[in-house]
Write a protein that binds this ligand. Structure first.
Ligand code: SF4
Ligand code: SF4
Length: 84
């Protein structure tokens, strides 16, 4: 699954530079994740970097973007031109 940022976000901005896929951006009210770019960090790291650093734990999985590990690896391959 892609992840999403809930409205508990305090706009601290520490997650944005941690994303290896540049999927996080400053939205109108809070930071947001582009689900087309989020691989749950698969291919880059063992765990989602945004979740690891978020001080208020407001980045759950997006129930509307259910993706298997293979699908996330395929997304990584498409985004980077490399093989996860
Ligand atoms: Fe970016 Fe990884 Fe967070 Fe997805 S899980 S938004 S790829 S840091
Ligand atoms: Fe929002 Fe968490 Fe990102 Fe800070 S780290 S901007 S609280 S989602």
């Amino acid at each position: 699954m892609a992840l999403l940022i809930t409205d508990d976000c305090i706009n601290c901005a520490v997650c944005e530079p941690e994303c290896p896929n540049d999927a996080i951006f400053e939205g109108t009210d809070i930071f947001e994740i582009n689900p087309d770019l989020c691989t749950e960090c698969i291919g880059h790291y063992d765990e989602p970097q945004c979740v690891a650093i978020c001080p208020v734990d407001c980045i759950p999985k997006d129930p509307n973007r259910v993706e298997s590990e293979d699908e996330l690896k395929h997304k990584y391959n498409q985004l980077t031109g490399r093989t996860a």
